[in-house]
Design a binder for this molecule. Sequence first.
Ligand code: BGC
Length: 751
Amino acid sequence: MKLRSPFAFVIGLILLISCQHNKINKTMNNANNKADSLINLMTLEEKIGQMNQLMNFVDTLPIESKFYNLIKEGKIGSVLNSFSPEMTREMQRIAVEESRLGIPLLVGRDVIHGYRTIFPVNIGLAATFNPDLVKECAKIAAAEARSEGINWTFAPMMDISRDPRWGRMAESSGEDPYLTEQMAMANIKGFQGENLSNKNSIAATAKHYVGYGAAIGGRDYNTTLIPETELRNVYLRPFKVAVEANVATVMSGFNELNGVPTSGNEYTIKEILKEEWNFNGFVVSDWASIKNLAIHGYAKDSLDATYKALRAGVDMDMCSSHYIENLKSLINNGTITQNQIDDAVKRILKIKFELGLFENPYATKESTLLTEYSKDIATKAVIQSTVLLQNKNKVLPLSKDIKKVAVIGPLADAPYEQMGTWVFDGKEENTITPLKAIEEFLGAEKVNYAPGLKISRTQNKNGFSEAIKAAKNSDVVLLFMGDESILTGEAHCRAKLTLPGYQNELIEEISKLGKPTVLVIMTGVILMVEPYLNQVDALFYGWHPGTMGGSGYVDLLFGIEPPSGKLPMTFPRTEGQIPIYYNHNNTGHPASDESWIRMYDIPEKAWQTSLGNTNHYLDYGFEPLFEFGFGLSYTKFNYSEIKLSKDILSMNDSLIVTAKIKNTGDFVAEDVAQLYVRDLVGSIVRPVKELKRFQRIKLNPGEEKIIEFVLFPKDLEFHNGKEWVIEPGDFHIWIGNSSKASLMSKFELIQ
Ligand code: BGC
């Protein structure tokens, strides 16, 4: 019986009429009903097929017969990565036109920080502290991806990351749950739009559920041990917000969490995500993470792994092929039920209906790739993400009348590397490198270019003399140093976080020349930059900036736009301080400038605690190099007069917090005003400071504005290991432009 065409036609008609101007909820109800009726028409094999996601390793047409048959027989519900738009179209055509029920494929891809227009890596995007801008980036990425047939991205990643050794910190929003939440929401809204069925929307994925960023030692895939309080208050928080923002899918992780791998974890997936939060999208495993259950030693064999993943609530199997191979036998021997299968399939079909794939399975025909608008937004993102860490003698901004500038370093003209990790679709030829942009801005005749090192890992000094000559013959030296893209990201973690190759030596040689020197670091991770502070005048942390890196840097270097990026992660002075993050709990022995003991001040044969006993290192103290939220501008901002609308806040009320900000310098500039809170006494110890709000604010020289934030008791909620509570008591509150904000006030929360 060939039900495919009439069924697809009727569904298409209904959807066309009913979905056009619907709001998300209505669409969801419709999608639910439609998924229900479709399930009734499906065989068990077809259902299991929907739960199977497969990567096609061959990128040529016509499609290999084995693969063609699987799609035709309805044994694949989704495909991912590594195929051309033509391939995508053909696979989709087979599913829609040749499979019995014509169910379209979910076409997934890692659209992580842009599709063709590549934006700064995600940690850089977080440094913008600008969710509106990040949302716009995601919206552009979605439209570009959909224009080539992709309808699902495996983003945003919302793993809290407090360890820069972890290469995947590049994909994260850093150490803070609130900032991560804001970035996650911005991305989801950007990818999914108002309504998933909008022609430019794609489904988003909240990943990696959960705790993946807490890998012990920062080594990717490593075990994670997270107590319930920290799991709830730190790691789960962004996911909860993502579910509230209607994220379509969640990806279970690779990590083992407190003894149970996250892709077989009933507690986190079934109980928390699906039952407690009522998540009604679907859960996809990470790449072969169902198969990994046996490698972890959590499942006996592939059958057992399949059972445990399904039992936990994983609805779709990414690339293990375990579901397609084993689910039928598990049904037949009564280990799992039809209901479990139906629930998973319904969730998957619902997203397909919501995306409008039954009417519009193919690529949008619009050519939206790399437009002038997307390039402008990408440039803006570079400008707002780059963090100025030092500007001695006001060496920056540079004058446009400069006579000669030396451009040096392996990242100065490395179009591929500057795009950063997870880039499938960005093109080198579209990328504006620093060299290209500076030559265009000043005129090539004013630029002395000598990379000094061929690539970031080059371990010889062959290019040094040319670089030194270029520097000697110039008025200013611009150093573009950093990491090749492959030195960051998944499975690329480092124990030593210094610039690779002979870059340190090159910086040292150049610094001996005594020329005004600016260092721009281009990477996805946090490197130990303390040594450079004495060697160069100015230091920009430019991340891997993406397609428009050069253009954004030129605007910053020459003062067309002043810097305003802020650190989304604490910068340690040395690797031995890791993990170090601003929102830690207090100890019973907190350190201070007065109390920390410097190693070389200790007299011989001193008694253990005679000089004091606080929480610090003898050699590196207790402070980081740069704190979370830090970033300089070309101007100065002064914060004063913090005021609260009340000193006593009751549970059903709100608190208005204001402060005065003045631009006391000479540049029109933006600052990120940040509000932090400390709950002084709790039923569990509360962090010494927590970011609760932030806002970008633009001021002319001499201009003063009142900044206003509104807080609610709900913002003070935390999980005490058993339940969510808002506890009455005393609070401190700060406003300023980093986590070291000192402008403080107090209030009391009462019942
Ligand atoms: C990564 C995921 C990614 C998936 C598909 C995995 O290795 O952990 O983040 O989405 O591959 O490419």
